[in-house]
Design a protein around this ligand. Structure first.
Ligand code: ADP
Ligand code: ZN
Length: 609
């Protein structure tokens, strides 16, 4: 006990271990506070740099930093990446046999670990608590701390048990970290983890390198076009609502020459592990997944996240899109969305088993999501407002780049709503969007004839719009709450409908369909990483990448764990000729310099010969 910490100061550890020049945001302040023994709650967006906030204090305090993480499947990767920068890290979980576990326990007891990763359920056992009391603990880091929130989207009951840390180890500092940041989640973290006295560190949640775009759905070819035009050969995640949806879409992408794999909770554990491993290790694989995929996956070079179904909450959406571009390079968050999403989600909520309070909560989540989809203002400003942050127009979202045309849809809305009212009042009937559109357009079908709808006063009064335009009107009225869904997905009026019909309120709608048919130009495709290089450096960059692929394979880690693209790019441009020059490049720490320095310098030198 009472061993000396490995590093004397934070700056030194940052430079020596991680090869970085300066801290980002408030990293330095968190590190100082926790190293001095204080508790902290750290809210930072994905890619913000949370890990250093506990990894460096763990090096500056005696003993091992104990990291609580819900993601057993990723512990091996995390520990391997730390070994690459020369840290002594290990994990204890159910995938290990008794001898492996015993070996890790001995290392911990002997003070030979910098970091020890544990799953929350393990911490609840008496055996683990006894083990921890036999060694020295530098700090507790509670990762993905929003999992303690019972109303959140990732609730894990085992997280509630973490309150015990405050009792058992009152003198060990605790730091809770998350990328989910509504005020409600924040309050729950403080309360349930007994972090009442912790200092708060809340970063801006803006991720300026991610371009946010939401488009009206036209079909599955839309996604293929998006990937082919803007992110060919790059890694991405496509989120779907259903398991069957992920499989179908992955197959479609493959048929169009885009390497893709499905991922959902219904696949067996081995297949899921394999897919995750391939996603991390290969360049340019797309995973088509349910929300079961992604938490804790630290792949920094995911270039796009696409949603082909409407997410259930803005919180979940923001976290999912945040998995793009953690390396700070340009990335895209793209969504396609349509009337069927609104209908599907509203009826899912209505038929769900939860309490009324829970349904109201889900309804509020959905309303916020719909408001984001239908906004005519900056997407990012809308998103950040949800997290309590105010910004001006961002210049890097679809509505900023190509302001949507808005038209006065009051008359169209009145035509639709009065048709609904007439059917209801005069005939005691309710119908879905399809039949109503047939009536408005005056299109005779077997079903309109059966119900004698051609005798309605509103028959054919909406001939000026086509089907797609009417569906846009229905969708937007539903999203605004000026229309609602009744039994069997039929449409019914609300208080808002009456205000519209009485002309008390104007209905401004996005002219999505009008714009779509006019084939306006899309935002310019971002350049791939190689294209950002000066012409002379591309060849060297590609050779360095080929070398990195081999080195990563030999060490069985993902390529970005050896060096990020940004490091290889800098090497290709600056062409260092000595270890000292190489060491000055951001991202090259002492361990990596020793392990890879000679090989990299050799490749650069071979270029010049
Ligand atoms: P988070 O856990 O918040 O999503 P990470 O801790 O994984 O983020 O960090 C995101 C990326 O930023 C990582 O590749 C990390 O190495 C890098 N990074 C973190 N802090 C710094 C820093 N001070 N300087 C340069 N790069 C950093
Ligand atoms: Zn914007």
């Amino acid at each position: 006990m009472g061993m000396q910490p490995r590093f004397a100061d934070a700056q030194h550890a940052l430079r020596e271990v991680f090869g970085y020049e300066s801290f980002r945001g408030f990293q330095a302040e968190v590190i100082e506070h926790v190293t001095a023994g204080g508790d902290a709650v750290v809210l930072m967006p994905t890619g913000g740099g949370k890990s250093l906030c506990y990894q460096i204090p763990a090096l500056l305090r005696p003993g091992a930093g104990v990291v609580i993480s819900p993601l057993i499947a990723l512990m091996q990767d995390q520990v391997d990446a730390l070994a690459q920068v020369g840290l002594r890290a290990a994990f204890l979980n159910s995938t290990q046999d008794w001898a492996e576990q015993r070996a890790v326990e001995r290392q911990f007891e002997a003070g030979e670990l910098d970091l020890l990763y544990l799953a929350p359920e393990r911490l609840a056992t008496a055996g683990t608590q006894e083990l921890l009391s036999r060694g020295e603990i530098a700090l507790f880091a509670i990762d993905e701390a929003h999992c303690v929130s019972q109303w959140g989207h990732d609730f894990r009951p085992d997280y509630l048990g973490l309150a015990v840390l405050a009792q058992l180890w009152p003198d060990v500092p605790r730091v809770a970290l998350t990328a989910t940041a509504t005020a409600a989640t924040h309050a729950e973290i403080r309360e349930r983890l007994r972090l009442e006295r912790a200092r708060d560190f809340t970063a801006s949640f803006d991720r300026p390198n991610i371009q946010y775009r939401i488009e009206p759905r036209t079909g599955s070819a839309q996604l293929v076009r998006f990937i082919k035009n803007e992110h060919p050969g790059q890694a991405g995640i496509v989120y779907c609502l259903t398991r069957a949806g992920t499989e179908k879409l992955a197959q479609l992408l493959c048929e169009h020459g885009i390497p893709a794999l499905p991922y959902h909770a219904g696949l067996d554990a081995a297949t899921r592990r394999e897919t995750q491993a391939r996603f991390l290790r290969e360049d340019g694989l797309t995973v088509v997944a349910t929300i079961a995929f992604g938490m804790g996956i630290d792949k920094p070079d995911v270039r796009f996240v696409a949603h082909v179904d409407l997410p259930k909450s803005v919180e979940g959406y923001y976290q999912e899109t945040g998995r793009a571009g953690r390396d700070g390079e340009p990335a895209t968050a793209w969504m396609s969305y349509g009337l069927s999403d609104v209908v599907q989600q509203r009826s899912l909520i209505a038929s769900s088993a939860g309490s009324d309070a829970h349904k109201r909560l889900q309804q509020r989540h959905l309303d916020a999501m719909l408001a984001l989809c239908e906004t005519v203002e900056c997407r990012r400003a809308n998103l950040l407002a949800y997290f309590g942050e105010k910004i001006g127009p961002c210049g890097n979202c679809d509505t900023c780049l190509r302001p949507p045309e808005v038209y006065d849809g009051t008359e169209a809305a009145q035509k639709l709503l009065s048709t609904i009212v007439r059917l209801d009042r005069e005939r005691n009937q309710r119908f879905g969007a399809g039949q109503l559109i047939d009536i408005l357009r005056g299109r005779a079908t077997a079903k309109t004839q059966q119900w004698r709808h051609e005798t309605l006063r509103t028959w054919g009064i909406g001939a000026e719009f086509n089907d797609a335009q009417w569906r846009d009107v229905v969708r937007q009225l539903l999203a605004r709450g000026d229309l609602t869904l009744a039994e069997h997905n039929t449409l019914a009026c609300t208080d808002g409908s009456w205000e519209v019909m009485r002309g008390q309120r104007e209905v401004l709608l996005r002219a999505d369909v009008v714009l779509r048919s006019a084939s306006v130009s899309r935002p310019a495709a971002k350049k791939s990483q190689g294209e950002q290089l000066p012409p002379g450096a591309t060849g060297l960059f590609e050779r360095l990448r080929a070398w990195r692929a081999e080195a990563a394979k030999a060490a069985s880690v993902p390529p970005y764990v050896v060096f990020h693209d940004s490091v290889l790019r800098t090497v290709a441009v600056e062409r260092p000729v000595s270890q000292a020059e190489l060491a000055r490049i951001s991202g090259v720490g002492a361990a990596k310099l020793q392990r890879y320095g000679e090989q990299v310098l050799e490749i650069v030198a071979a270029e010049d010969r």
